[in-house]
Structures are given as structure tokens and as C-alpha cells.
Ligand binder design. Structure first.
Ligand code: FEO
Ligand code: CA
Ligand code: CA
Length: 704
């Protein structure tokens, strides 16, 4: 290990969760190294079950849950209603009218490995679509590792690609817009001669800031295959870089303009420069992209200078103050003073939102929708409910945080007319925000924290969506609507929401209407005074994570009650504490740390992972699993990513011919630098994050 890196170790010196220490610092400001910010006394399931039983709550929930039996047909038919004519985006709710296929996945399972390459099933092909530094905006200079600048980076593909959306150009099967998040930067893997963050020049800091954000890239199909590549040329009207450095965002919704969002640079609290730590996201039925601002805490210094009351608010989001979170800042205040909370205490309140980008209007200002609350947003995925309102499901990715959903005030307007499009662009500006309270149906004593199934042989139960705010009306005593939306974690605490094991991506299946959420892991579950295992988070020191499946009561996504199950409890299938829908565990692949989820058109769930190198000692990967029928739980590994990388995206095109994956942070291994890399994927020499596409050369569908 070079001394330069050793000097970083006071900052990097842990990997308290599942990840490499380098990942922990750069990704989330050492979130695992701190006590979890949620110190609320919110009941975990054991408490809730006991309390609910004493109030006959479970009986009531059971009665409501009975309606679930009639779900399938009526709900799916309704899903096909307003949404069926939806927009240019693929994966619109138009899938809803098709019956669920429950066929086998036909690809050959990829074995776990530690290779510095992408591994795919026999008979498939894969290629890089676009990589860090490739030109995006017309006229962008070619990448030059030794001469990067903020200007050049602002025209080129950013670092650490995460969310991937592919939106077909209207009427075209061979052209699409690729929209990608750039979550964070690894300065040690970007700048030759790197020694420490403190030693970076202001120009290098600005380059890193410009490498955050999103890219919009027009891509074209290669021949008639499932392969795609960027469109080249001088006219690239849609291509765009959105950066943390210079792009102006508009705040919308009830908290826009509120006192906590005003700064010296923006006295009206209506505009923000940049977006931070954009992790996952979703494609809306009206053809825009949502992007979650996640670990925004790590960019700020100066927390000690604010009032004690404000410190409580900062700490609830993991923002550094000496007393509570003494490490983790990137010290961007050296480049932009606004990242110093001593001088601009409200600046941190302007991040942590769901961002909406209209890639079809390259001149449009992206928006931050305050109506969807302020969390460490993993992402947001929308479904059109059968009554026409749109519902966004969201996870707050930190240990012991909550699941949320947003229901729009207005209804989705089908079609592609300018009137419909203008209307639909306003859907996320007003609505109702809920947080989830989850109740197990087995008695608490049967959940022993080992992962052993309770007597009914299912981790399952009921749940309620607790209303936090509706429009400008708060349902949390002592908090205004703007308070609830800006300090949503505190609102969730007050409402008695259920502490979950790091809710990551949450996505509805457009075939069945069921919602799938990745609980990636929580090694603090049941440790010390932390909340112990419960039926929804059934393992103490949970290092492998699980999948949480929600069925809204009556198939009504706008309703306030649901039932749930855990279809997959991750880990080595040979271990007793794992569960794969009851499927023969000798036939499934090992999986750990589920992060992003997606669906193919057959309704199979695709899961990408982040953390397997630490937990299973193999590279991260992409998996597919049927969630209906006899094959439910038959999970198979589809690909693996190179050394040090996390698997992001994924995105399966509506024709099932192409799987896009973002290979994030290849070579992110403690001690590695761009000069002494741990990975040289994809081009040799050193590593570059890149988006890849995988397809079948025989033109057949991916998966099944
Ligand atoms: Fe950026 Fe929750 O992963
Ligand atoms: Ca049960
Ligand atoms: Ca993620």
C-alpha cells in the first residue's frame, strides 16, 4: 500500500458494513462507520405485533388483506387502462395487460468469480456502450487522463455511472436516449499522482464536481441486433451533461421557497445549482427520468457552526459535526464556498431530493420535487394506478431507514399530445407522501434473528402507509408541510415508521402490480442497542440482505394498506438462513447485497448487487429470477462485473433484446490508484466506469 493511501486511512480505515474501505469513504462518507442516524425509538416488528394484537390491529389488517385474493385480473386490467397508451418510454405500464409468463430462464448460469472482466452466459455478447471521459456534447474534446479539466469533463461522460434509463425516440426502434446517473467520484482513480484529497488543486476538485450529475446520450442500434452505440456526429441535439458544477435546477412543490431552502445565492429558495450523489432512478410513463440524490451529506463541512437545533437536523441525515460524525467530507468548500455550512447553513437542505429530467427537451431545467420528500433517496419508480393517479415508490438508503410512497394529486393523461405531455410533467409537483409501517403475522418469539423461518414458513404480514403530508397540509404534529418535506426522516420518526435494512431500489412490476424493494444489508441489525431482527428484517447482523415484496390491498396503489412477503433472503444458498421462494436451493445462484431491481417484459425480476466481494468473496453481478408460478425463486446469475466494481442499472429494453448495465467503480479497492490500479477494465492501463450492453447474437430474447 503506498504511503499516500496509508495517509488516507484515518479517513478510510474501516469497512464496517460490507464494502471495501475505499468504497465506504468515497461513496457514502463512511456511513457504516458511524452510528446509524436514526436514533428514534420507533417500534420494530416485535413491538408492533404485540401492540397491534392488543388493539386487535392484526385482525383488522387481516380483514383488509382478504381483498388481496381478488387482485390479479381486475388490477392488471385496470393497469392497462390509462397507461396503455403511454409515452415514448419503454417499460410503461402498457405491460399490465399481458398475462404473466412463468417460464424458465433459459440462459446458462454464470458462476461466481473474481476475474477482471465482464462474464456473461455462453451464446451472448457484450460490449461497452460508453465510458468515463467519452465525448457526450458535440465538440467535446477526446479524453486525456493527464489533462482533464472541469470544462472538458463538463462535455464528457461523467464518473461512476449508476442508474441507466433507455428511452426510445418516438416512432423509432433503432434510436434511443440513454440517460445515466454519475453518482460520485473516486479521485484516487481519476488523477495521476494522487496523494490525498487535501492535495488536490481547486481545478481538480472542480473536475470532480463536473464528473457528478447525469448524462443524456443519443444511441443507435447496431444493425438489427441488441447491441447499441452512441450516435456520432456534429448534430447531437439531445446530448447533454447535467453537472453538480453548473446546471440550474428548479425546486417545485410545497417546500419550494420555504425558509429552510433559502440561501444568499438564492434568496427565494427556488433554484439550486447542481445535483449530488445521484444513485438510482426510474423512467416515468410520460418519458422523463427520475434520479435520487442519495449520500449528499458527505459534501459539506462547517456543521459545528450551526445552532444546536440545526445540528440535530444535520445529524439526522449524517452530516458531519465534530461531536457526531467527525469524518467523511470531500471538502468541496475549497472549490465552492456554498459547501461550508458555517457560511451557508441551508445549502445542505437543497439536496436529498428526487430530480426529474426531461431528456426530450434538452433546454429544460431539471427539477427537484419537494413533494416527494427529502431523504437519502436511492431512486423513485412510478406506476399509474388504476384510478389514474401516479404513485412513486422510494427507499431511503441507510441502516434503519424507511420505505415511502408518493401519490399524485392529478391524474395521468395518456397520449403524446403537447397538452398531455405538459400536464404529465406537473404530476410530481403535488400529492400525498406516505411512510411504511410494517407488521409481521407470526408471533415475535418465532423470529429469532437467525433467519429461521417461522412456523407458517413465511416471512410475511401486513402494512400500512402512514400519511405524512398531503399538499400543504401536514399530518405530523409540530411540523409544517415544508418541515415534513424537508426533514422527512424526522417526520417518519414521529409517525412511527418501521426501521428497515437499508431500502435501496423499489420498483413496481408492471405485469402484476406487486412492488419489489431491495433491502441491501444491515450489519448493525440486532447489534448492541440497535433494533433487533423482526419478521420483515429477520436476520441480526444482516450482511446479505433480502427482497421485500409488497401487494397493495385491492390492487390499489393509492390505498393505505398492503400485504408483504420476503420472496428472497439472500446469501449462500447452502446456508440455512437463506430462502428462495421455497425453490430447491441446490439449483439457485449465491447472491448478496441486492441493490437495484428491474423487470423484463415477461415479468422476471432482475437484481444487481453491491457488496459481494466482501460477503461472498466474489465479484458483484446481475441476477434474474421469476417471481410468479412454479419457477418463483429460481434465481440465476446472468453476469459478473470486474474487480472492485458494483453492478448498477440494470435496464432491459422492452423488446427484451438488450440488457444495459452500469459497471460502477471498477478497481475501487483500498490502496489502488490510477497509477497502481486494481483493475484495468475495460481498455487496459487503468479502470474506467462504463455502461455495457449484453445481447444474443441470434436475436433472441434475453432471459427466457
Ligand atoms: Fe448509491 Fe444506495 O446505493
Ligand atoms: Ca409469517
Ligand atoms: Ca444503489
Amino acid at each position: 500500500m503506498p504511503d499516500s493511501i496509508r495517509r488516507l486511512l484515518p479517513l478510510l480505515g474501516h469497512s464496517g458494513g460490507n464494502r471495501d474501505a475505499m468504497t465506504c469513504f468515497y461513496r457514502c462518507g463512511n456511513a457504516c462507520d458511524h452510528p446509524a442516524p436514526n436514533e428514534s425509538a420507533n417500534g420494530y416488528l416485535g413491538d408492533v405485533v404485540n401492540a397491534a394484537m392488543s388493539r386487535r390491529g392484526v385482525m383488522r389488517a387481516g380483514a383488509v388483506g382478504g381483498m388481496v385474493l381478488g387482485f390479479g385480473g381486475a388490477a392488471t386490467a385496470a393497469l392497462a387502462g390509462p397507461a396503455a397508451a403511454a409515452a415514448p418510454a419503454s417499460h410503461t405500464p402498457a405491460h399490465g395487460h399481458k398475462p404473466t409468463k412463468a417460464g424458465k430462464l433459459t440462459f446458462e448460469t454464470v458462476e461466481p468469480n473474481t476475474l477482471d472482466r465482464v462474464t456473461i452466459p455462453a451464446g451472448y455478447q457484450t460490449s461497452v456502450v460508453i465510458r468515463w471521459g467519452d465525448p457526450v456534447v458535440a465538440g467535446a474534446p477526446a479524453f486525456d487522463l493527464h489533462n482533464q479539466s472541469a470544462y472538458r469533463q463538463s462535455l464528457q461522460f461523467g464518473f461512476n455511472n449508476d442508474f441507466v434509463g433507455v428511452l426510445p425516440l418516438p416512432g423509432r426502434h433503432d434510436r434511443a436516449l440513454l440517460v445515466v446517473n454519475h453518482e460520485y467520484t473516486n479521485e484516487e482513480l481519476m488523477f495521476p499522482g494522487f496523494t490525498s484529497l487535501d492535495a488536490l488543486s481547486v481545478g481538480q476538485l472542480e473536475t470532480a464536481i463536473a464528473a457528478h450529475g447525469l448524462s443524456v446520450v443519443e444511441i443507435e442500434r447496431v444493425g438489427r441486433s441488441g447491441q447499441w452505440k452512441p450516435v456520432a456526429g456534429r448534430r447531437l441535439p439531445y446530448n447533454r451533461r447535467i453537472t453538480a458544477l453548473a446546471t440550474t435546477f428548479h425546486l417545485t412543490g410545497p417546500a419550494a421557497g420555504s425558509a429552510a431552502l433559502r440561501t444568499a445565492a438564492d434568496p427565494h429558495g427556488k433554484t439550486v445549482i447542481g445535483t449530488l450523489n445521484n444513485c438510482s432512478g426510474g423512467v416515468t410513463p410520460w418519458g422523463t427520468v427520475l434520479s435520487g440524490e442519495e449520500n449528499f451529506n458527505q459534501y459539506f463541512v462547517g456543521g459545528d457552526a450551526v445552532s444546536d437545533a440545526e445540528k440535530v437536523r444535520l445529524n439526522r441525515y449524517g452530516i458531519t459535526t465534530t461531536a457526531r460524525y467527525p469524518s467523511g467530507s470531500r471538502k468541496w468548500d475549497r472549490a465552492q464556498e456554498r459547501f461550508d455550512l458555517a457560511k451557508h447553513p441551508n445549502e445542505a437542505n437543497r439536496f436529498g431530493w428526487v430530480v426529474e429530467v426531461d431528456p426530450f427537451d434538452p433546454d429544460s431545467a431539471p427539477r427537484k420535487h419537494t413533494a416527494l420528500g427529502r431523504l437519502k433517496h436511492e431512486g423513485a419508480n412510478v406506476i399509474v394506478a388504476k384510478n389514474g393517479h401516479v404513485v412513486a415508490y422510494m427507499g431511503d438508503d441507510e441502516r434503519f431507514e424507511y420505505l415511502y410512497k408518493f401519490v399524485s394529486d392529478k391524474k395521468f393523461m395518456p397520449g403524446h399530445s403537447p397538452v398531455a405531455r405538459k400536464h404529465n410533467l406537473t404530476l410530481l409537483e403535488s400529492g400525498t407522501l406516505y411512510v411504511a409501517k410494517v407488521i409481521g403475522d407470526s408471533v415475535a418469539s418465532e423470529i429469532d434473528g437467525s433467519g429461521k423461518l417461522p412456523l407458517d414458513e413465511k416471512f410475511d404480514g401486513k402494512g400500512v402507509w402512514i400519511k405524512l403530508v398531503a399538499g400543504n397540509r401536514s399530518f405530523v404534529p409540530g411540523m409544517t408541510a415544508a418541515d415534513v418535506l424537508t426533514f422527512t426522516r424526522q417526520a417518519g420518526d414521529a409517525a412511527g415508521a418501521t426501521k428497515m435494512d437499508r431500502p435501496e431500489d423499489v420498483q413496481p412490476s408492471l405485469r402484476t402490480g406487486k412492488i419489489y424493494a431491495a433491502m441491501t444489508n444491515n450489519t448493525n441489525r440486532g447489534v448492541g442497542t440497535n433494533a433487533p431482527a423482526d419478521e420483515a428484517n429477520p436476520r441480526n447482523a444482516n450482511k446479505h440482505g433480502h427482497i421485500f415484496e409488497i401487494t397493495e390491498d385491492g390492487g390499489d396503489h393509492t390505498g393505505e394498506s398492503f400485504s408483504w412477503q420476503l420472496p428472497i433472503v439472500c446469501g449462500d444458498p447452502a446456508a440455512a438462513d437463506t430462502y428462495f421462494g421455497g425453490y430447491d436451493k441446490s439449483a439457485v445462484s449465491p447472491i448478496s447485497c441486492p441493490d437495484n431491481v428491474a423487470f423484463d417484459s415477461a415479468g422476471n425480476l432482475w437484481i444487481s448487487t453491491d457488496g459481494t466481494p466482501s460477503t461472498l468473496k466474489t465479484n458483484d453481478g446481475l441476477f434474474a429470477v421469476p417471481v410468479e408460478g412454479r419457477e418463483r425463486g429460481h434465481l440465476k446469475q446472468f453476469l459478473t462485473v470486474p474487480v472492485g466494481a458494483e453492478t448498477c442499472g440494470p435496464f432491459i429494453t422492452e423488446d427484451d433484446k438488450s440488457v444495459f448495465v452500469a459497471v460502477q467503480h471498477p478497481g475501487e479497492v483500498t490502496g489502488a490508484t490510477v497509477d497502481k490500479p486494481a483493475s484495468v477494465w475495460p481498455d487496459g492501463g487503468y479502470a474506467k466506469p462504463a455502461v455495457i450492453v449484453t445481447w444474443r447474437p441470434d436475436g433472441g430474447p434475453i432471459g427466457s
